[in-house]
Design a binder for this molecule. Structure first.
Ligand code: DP6
Length: 362
């Protein structure tokens, strides 16, 4: 029973979800509709102050259809991914009562009510900075809160996964593993937290925004082409990643930066090798990305132990993980030396809890 004296009420929930960056990459699906991956992956969730999505979901009897705005512009909700997330959350909705507003929504009424969704990214959308990860995680979380869904974060992650694979990992902070699962219905393909935010707080993440333009090949179509054409992808998924996952879990557990950095860089490079092995080949990195790799590799080799790990997603932007604040400071000095603000190579740096724009005159 939907109770409220008038039909003018609106019930709202706002949530904020950070993005995550994979250190062992997800690339390739075994089921396109349910978004089931060909291998496990591991990520680190970023500080929510930067690179996060804020989503407000609202429900009212006055809404006549589900609608969504992304960064202030209305977008279509007709895509299967949004519908799948909405359907899964609605199916788990429970009774909601807001005594202050005098609103009572019975579980069975959620199917008759429509939602409005407004989502904002505080960073460039679809530029290879995992915007869909933060976006769908936030959507699933906010809708879950609105509809009083009782599922825990892992179960919610399996719903966010159906919006965008990498989104399932953003339901947790710290280090997160997306278990690929074995079931055909995807019920066991979900995220679990390996270690919380405080576990390894020496690490500093710096993102060198090489380009904030939207990428030419989306992750979805890129990985579909890789699954269809790359033999290296098959080998990677079956032979390489399972062993790497175990080693990465151990490195995280022991805060072993040398192993962490070696595995992170190797996995990023193999992912981009798979892209090159795809027909036609996909190029996500550019010359600036390659220079950043060379600079980092050279520096790591000139020290007794590695100082910085690099990883690149489906775009040219570098995610650099420094072993501690001292290494982060030296890294920034190096980046500013090789890519001075007067050059056109980088758009901006996003540093730990600070974002320094190039035109800020650094
Ligand atoms: C390179 O999660 O964006 O960032 O599931 O098709 O939405 P869909 O793809 P998406 O792919 C992310 C790929 C990646 C690696 C990773 O995040 O693991």
């Amino acid at each position: 029973m939907m109770a409220a004296e008038s039909q003018n009420w609106v019930l709202m929930v706002t949530a904020q979800t950070p993005t995550n960056i994979a250190v062992i990459k997800y690339w390739g699906k075994r089921d396109e509709t349910l978004i089931l991956p060909v291998n496990d992956s591991i990520s680190v969730t970023l500080d929510p102050t930067h690179l996060c999505t804020t989503t407000t979901v609202a429900v009212s009897p006055r809404f006549h259809q589900d609608r969504m705005w992304l960064n202030g512009k209305e977008i279509s909700l007709s895509g299967g991914r949004f519908q799948n997330c909405l359907r899964e959350i609605r199916a788990r909705a429970c009774d909601v009562e807001d005594t202050k507003k005098g609103i009572k929504i019975a579980k069975e009424d959620w199917g008759k009510l429509h939602v409005h969704i407004a989502s904002f990214n505080n960073f460039p959308t679809a530029a290879g900075l995992a915007s869909s990860a933060a976006g769908f995680a936030c959507l699933a979380y906010a809708l879950g809160k609105l509809m009083n869904v009782k599922e825990d974060e892992s179960q919610l992650s399996a719903i966010a996964r159906q919006g965008s694979g990498s989104a399932c990992r953003s339901l947790f902070g710290g280090f997160v593993k997306w278990i690929m699962g074995k079931e055909d219905n995807g019920s066991d393909s979900l995220a679990v937290q390996l270690a919380d935010e405080k576990h390894w707080d020496d690490l500093v993440i710096i993102i060198a925004v090489v380009s904030s333009r939207q990428k030419e090949t989306s992750s979805t179509s890129g990985m579909r082409e890789s699954v269809e054409t790359s033999l290296l992808l098959q080998h990677r998924a079956k032979e390489i990643v399972p062993k790497r996952i175990l080693k990465m879990e151990e490195a995280i557990r022991n805060r072993d930066f040398a192993s962490f950095s070696q595995l992170t860089c190797a996995d990023s490079n193999q992912f981009h090798a798979v892209c090159l092995d795809t027909s036609p080949p996909i190029f996500y990195m550019n010359d600036t990305s390659h220079r950043i790799i060379s600079i980092t590799e050279k520096w790591n080799r000139s020290e007794e132990a590695p100082q910085v790990a690099y990883t690149f997603d489906a775009g040219p932007n570098a995610v650099l993980i420094a072993r501690n604040r001292k290494a982060a400071t030296l890294l920034i000095q190096r980046l500013l030396y090789y890519f001075p603000p007067s050059s056109d190579d980088l758009d901006s740096y996003i540093i730990g809890d600070k974002s320094i724009a190039k035109d800020a005159g650094i």
